[in-house]
Ligand binder design. Structure first.
Ligand SMILES: CCCCC/C=C\C/C=C\CCCCCCCC(=O)SCCNC(=O)CCNC(=O)[C@H](O)C(C)(C)COP(=O)(O)OP(=O)(O)OC[C@H]1O[C@@H](n2cnc3c(N)ncnc32)[C@H](O)[C@@H]1OP(=O)(O)O
Ligand SMILES: CCCCCCCCCCCCCCCCCC(=O)OC[C@@H](O)COP(=O)(O)O
Length: 377
């Protein structure tokens, strides 16, 4: 094991990385708060500023994946569609099997220049995650409670807000609604059976309402659906803890561009269209498990330096004062101040632990663990 690799596994390094993330994130959240009056005066300018501020936070996690862990992300896609990525508004559909799938999604956003504007339909609970959840509020992320009676109005309203968004954005939908577990898979296949739908091997049965409401509300704003299927080589099961410890993973992503015009307008037809799409996705995953690759050619998409430069900027800004403080503490600090500093370190490491916990599948919600009652409206 090289010295660098040894260093990447050290708790002190993780603490420093998290310190930069935490302090810079809080500063960015504060700046975002300061833009509140601007929303009333010049909404479009406020949105553009918030995209860039949000980028300062999310790109730190991308830098962690690309530069710290050195994870490789390979894109399989049709070279004719490729030039349009990042230059149009799109709905992205992604399978939800991995703890770092959102991070791989962000990496692709970064490479196509839409990281600051990336959007998602996220469960409401994530709005309360410090830094990321607070940042999302200013980035106009669409939150849902996964209770259709309540979501149908609020989700449509949030989607309508995006109709005059000033920059190109990708809107991510995990139509399965929750992360894949064997138990959730078994139950959702019972639902599939009761609806006369073919069984899926690698996906949960997609929830169609969020997709249909998104298409209805963003038609005319979004031009395509990017059907994206993610997997990892050699049956890797990547984790955020692994990434933080410098473990290198190999992600493969297959993207098909589907013009939005070909998605039916009628709700029942739209739902059937989505079910068919997931059956196709399932065959791609099956092919991947058999051959280790997706159909279609590989497009070379090198990592960009911006995420790393952003991290270095914030690291210089917030680590300098910390080092000065620590030196002063060592010279003049009483036992009490040293103990207080230790307590702060313990609190910070507790915060990392809790935030990483949000990404862990074994701490996933119970959503999808039992059949929701059949809904006819
Ligand atoms: C490639 C590049 C990538 C680019 C990345 C771009 C952007 C990145 C940006 C950010 C990255 C950060 C990512 C953060 C991740 C956070 C993600 C989440 O939080 S996922 C969870 C939240 N999102 C969703 O749930 C979306 C999908 N859900 C829906 O669409 C739902 O319909 C809903 C709108 C949320 C409503 O939920 P509800 O529970 O009320 O669902 P339904 O009404 O749909 O449920 C009833 C329906 O489902 C059938 N049913 C019952 N039980 C099950 C079951 N166990 N499994 C499947 N289906 C079930 C039931 O019969 C009803 O069927 P029907 O609709 O036909 O009546
Ligand atoms: C440089 C950065 C260093 C940072 C170190 C640690 C930072 C930790 C940051 C935590 C970020 C939290 C973002 C949460 C995104 C989680 C996405 C996710 O996967 O949500 C799950 C939902 O889709 C479904 O929920 P379930 O029903 O499966 O339950």
């Amino acid at each position: 094991m090289g010295l660098l690799q040894l260093l990447k596994g050290q708790f002190l390094c993780h603490l420093l990385i998290f310190y930069v993330f935490l302090v810079s994130g809080l500063l960015v959240n504060l700046l975002q708060l300061c833009t509140l009056p601007l929303w009333a005066l010049n909404r479009q300018l406020a949105r553009r500023i918030n995209c860039r501020l949000g980028y300062c936070i999310s790109s730190q996690m991308v830098a962690l994946l690309e530069w710290w862990s050195g994870t490789e992300c390979t894109l399989y896609t049709d070279p004719e569609s490729y030039p349009r990525y990042g230059k149009e508004n799109a709905i992205v559909i992604l399978n939800h099997n991995f703890e770092i799938d959102f991070l791989c999604g962000w990496t692709f956003c970064e490479r196509f220049g839409v990281l600051g504007t990336s959007k998602v339909m996220a469960k409401k609970e994530l709005a309360y995650v410090p830094l990321i959840g607070w940042m999302w509020y200013f980035q106009e992320i669409v939150f849902c409670k996964r209770k259709w009676e309540e979501d149908r109005r609020t989700v449509a309203k949030s989607l309508q807000n995006l109709r005059d968004y000033p920059e190109n954005f990708w809107f991510l939908l995990f139509c399965e609604g929750t992360r894949f577990t064997e138990k959730k898979h078994k139950i959702s296949m019972e639902v599939a059976e009761s609806k006369g739908l073919p069984k899926l091997k690698h996906h949960l049965l997609p929830r169609t309402k969020g997709f249909c409401v998104t298409v209805q509300n963003l038609r005319g704003t979004v031009t395509a659906v990017y059907d994206s299927t993610l997997n990892f080589r050699n049956k890797e099961t990547p984790t955020l803890r692994g990434v933080l410890s410098g473990k290198k993973y190999h992600a493969d992503l297959y993207v098909r561009r589907i013009p939005l015009d070909s998605v039916p307008e009628d709700e029942a037809e739209c739902a059937a269209w989505l079910h068919k799409l997931y059956q196709e996705k399932d065959t791609f995953q099956e092919g991947y498990t058999q051959t280790g690759r997706f159909p279609g050619p590989v497009v070379n998409l090198p990592r960009q330096p911006w995420a790393l430069l952003n991290w270095l900027f914030w690291a210089v800004l917030v680590l300098g004062p910390l080092i000065l403080l620590l030196l002063q503490l060592l010279q003049t600090g009483s036992t009490l101040t040293v103990l207080c500093s230790l307590a702060v370190c313990i609190a910070v490491s507790g915060a990392v632990h809790w935030m990483i916990g949000q990404t862990e599948i074994n701490r996933a919600s119970s959503y999808g663990n039992k059949q929701a009652p059949l809904n006819n409206n």
